[in-house]
Ligand binder design. Structure first.
Ligand SMILES: Nc1ncnc2c1ncn2[C@@H]1O[C@H](COP(=O)(O)OP(=O)(O)O)[C@@H](O)[C@H]1O
Ligand SMILES: C[C@@](O)(CCOP(=O)(O)O)CC(=O)O
Ligand SMILES: [Mg+2]
Length: 327
């Protein structure tokens, strides 16, 4: 039995635009997905995922999800288990063990589909645990690359390396196309997260931005402007200028909103945070519902979010310098 964990993340800047080759800066935070894998003596996969939105289920299946001995349609199971299936496929490939079967248990304190990168954390931790269970050790960069391929496939060919690289390496990272690196000395940022209790569908939201970008030149310009904003943000990070970082987060939220990926609940939380004096506030990740991230050293933003109707829970998040971890 082998267990690995990997962190979720918040985007300081650059989600969505990063899919089109602009830079982005995600930061790993101290909420993790833990994946435990045990090799089976048959070729089946059994997944226990209490947090999955199919009301918590246990499912056993072979190659065909329609065989699943669970009382829900095969395509629903396939959608919900896409990242786990992808992780298993990557591990089988890496270990040259195409018929390996696994019992997989997932425990996570990252809300699902909320922009905190639960999918990347599950993919990274899942590949690491499953390959180690088969006696193969991959480096963090190999894990990041294989987890990226999983996200790329599940998100139907539209994914960046940002979430998976950040989850595998930890810390604050910079991703631009295939060029991924850790930022050497990021400032200490007082992250506050507000969560509306909902979720957005990453694949659909990414497709919505792609369509707008194809339809309108000014939407393509908006994506390019996010790239300019991220480059300005990198200068602010180098200068430890937290006030400017916050101002740029506000601007980034506006540009994401123009691209149609915000939501009433996300806007309400952003304005709740700003009203409480946060240095900056924006949605994080794909949007549509889920989380916002704000910067505030004091407790004012946390308290204001707790009193914002749209907000289900609010919490502080610390930068997690550790990526994938062998438990
Ligand atoms: N605890 C978990 N157990 C099983 N699968 C999970 C878990 N957390 C995340 N996932 C997978 O990741 C998907 C959510 O990923 P995504 O839509 O990209 O949102 P995000 O990455 O922002 O959380 C879920 O539908 C599920 O397939
Ligand atoms: C919208 C996007 O930039 C980030 C998605 O993040 P999340 O899955 O919502 O946590 C997509 C991507 O980079 O693959
Ligand atoms: Mg995701």
């Amino acid at each position: 039995m082998t267990t690995s964990s990997a962190p979720g993340k918040v985007y300081l800047f650059g989600e969505h635009a990063v899919v089109y080759g602009e830079p982005a800066v995600p930061c790993a935070v101290g909420r993790r997905a833990r994946v435990t894998v045990e090799e089976r003596d048959d070729d089946r996969i059994r997944v226990e995922a209490e947090d999955l939105s199919l009301d918590g289920f246990t499912v056993t299946y072979g190659d065909d999800p329609d065989d699943a001995d669970v009382n829900v349609p095969g395509d629903l199971v396939a959608a919900a288990t896409g990242y786990v299936d992808g992780a298993v496929a990557q591990a089988r490939d890496a270990a040259d063990a195409p018929d390996a079967g696994f019992s997989v248990t997932i425990e996570s304190d990252i809300p699902l589909g909320a922009g905190l990168g639960s999918s990347a954390a599950v993919a990274v931790a899942g590949i690491d645990a499953a390959t180690r269970e088969l006696g193969v050790e991959l480096s963090a960069t190999e894990l990041a690359d294989r987890a990226y391929r999983v996200e790329h496939e599940v998100q139907e060919g539209q994914a960046s390396r940002a979430d998976t690289f950040c989850s595998a390496m930890g810390g604050a990272v910079r991703v631009e196309g295939d060029d991924c690196k850790r930022l050497p000395d990021p400032p200490d940022l007082p992250f506050v997260v507000g969560y509306d209790g909902g979720a957005g569908n990453t694949g659909e939201l990414v497709a919505g931005v792609r369509d707008l970008r194809e339809q309108y030149e000014f939407a393509a310009d908006t994506v390019a402007s996010i790239g300019d904003l991220v480059r300005e943000g990198e200068r602010a990070l180098r200068d430890d200028d937290v006030a400017r970082i916050g101002e740029l987060m506000d601007f980034n939220h506006g540009l994401l909103s123009a691209l149609g990926v915000s939501a009433r609940s996300l806007d309400a939380m952003v304005w709740g945070a700003r009203g409480a004096g946060a240095m900056g506030a924006k949605l994080t990740g794909a949007g549509g519902g889920g989380c916002v991230v704000a910067l505030d050293e004091s407790d004012a933003t946390l308290t204001a979010l707790e009193y914002t109707t749209a907000c289900e829970t609010a919490f502080r998040a610390e930068l997690d310098t550790e990526g994938v971890r062998r438990e």
